[in-house]
Design a protein around this ligand. Structure first.
Ligand code: 13P
Length: 248
């Protein structure tokens, strides 16, 4: 079983998503993989209604950590609970770079997401410059240590991690299977060391960054890669289906 989770980002209209869920339903039903879609907040009522009783898991792409109050434009955990939200993407590189989210903020969101009973999808990843100057491991370690501050070992098991090299997101150029495997193995080793975990298989890490039908087999067949977080190739059911169909 692999995790195939779509991150729709700020795409699709209401009508398009309605059609999308209707088409995805039988595909998810027939798949042994975990099929998920993270939608813009405003489509949560639609996702909640259309995914109920199906094998499509759904979530959102961000959440604020405060309980309630004067946070214009933000969305709280309790609001998400009203629509049976299951997953929340946290610390996506677009949130970090465009909206200036820090590891400290991501960490507060991780705690709130777990407290609310949702599954956090905690994203980490290095920029092109960081990779080219051999800082990848340091950057990932810093993001992990910061993002997981004061998270207990019990709660760690509730988190899905996503390694998304920033230079591979939306560029059409994915990491090679060797680089993705080596880096994800490193991510698991860092977490294992932080928590005294012996079996790396207890830690779930997905790969994200230009994952699509023609590279899904080689990337997901790597031993430490537990699935994919997919942007562009999740927007059309026809394309997403090529990933969901992964067997191995
Ligand atoms: P792409 O699949 O479009 O590269 O996006 C990956 C991503 O950012 C998923 O969160």
């Amino acid at each position: 079983m692999k995790y195939l989770i779509g991150n729709h980002k700020m795409n699709l209209s209401y009508a398009e998503l309605e059609k999308y869920f209707a088409e995805l339903k039988p595909i998810a039903e027939a798949s042994d993989n975990f099929v998920g879609v993270c939608v813009p907040y405003v489509y949560l009522p639609l996702a909640s209604t259309m995914c109920k009783g199906t094998k499509i898991h759904f979530g959102v792409q961000n959440m604020y950590y405060a309980e309630k109050g004067a946070y214009t434009g933000e969305i709280s955990a309790n609001m998400l609970k009203d629509f049976d939200t299951q997953m929340v993407i946290l610390g996506h590189s677009e949130r970090r770079s465009i909206f200036k989210e820090t590891d400290e903020m991501v960490n507060l969101k991780v705690h709130k997401t777990i407290e609310a009973g949702f599954t956090p999808i905690l994203c980490i990843g290095e920029t092109k410059e960081e990779r080219e100057t051999n800082q990848t491991n340091d950057v990932l370690k810093t993001q992990l240590v910061g993002g997981l501050k004061d998270v207990s070992k019990d709660d760690l098991g509730k988190i899905l991690f996503a390694y998304e090299p920033v230079w591979a997101i939306g560029t059409g150029i994915s990491a090679t299977k060797e680089d993705a495997e080596e880096t994800i193995k490193y991510v698991k080793e860092v977490i294992a060391q932080m928590y005294g975990i012996e079996d790396l298989a207890q830690i779930v890490v997905l790969y994200g960054g230009s994952l699509k039908g023609d590279n899904v087999d080689e990337i997901l067949s790597q031993p430490h890669i537990d699935g994919g977080l997919i942007g562009g190739a999740s927007l059309k059911v026809e394309d997403f289906n090529k990933l969901i169909a992964y067997k191995g």
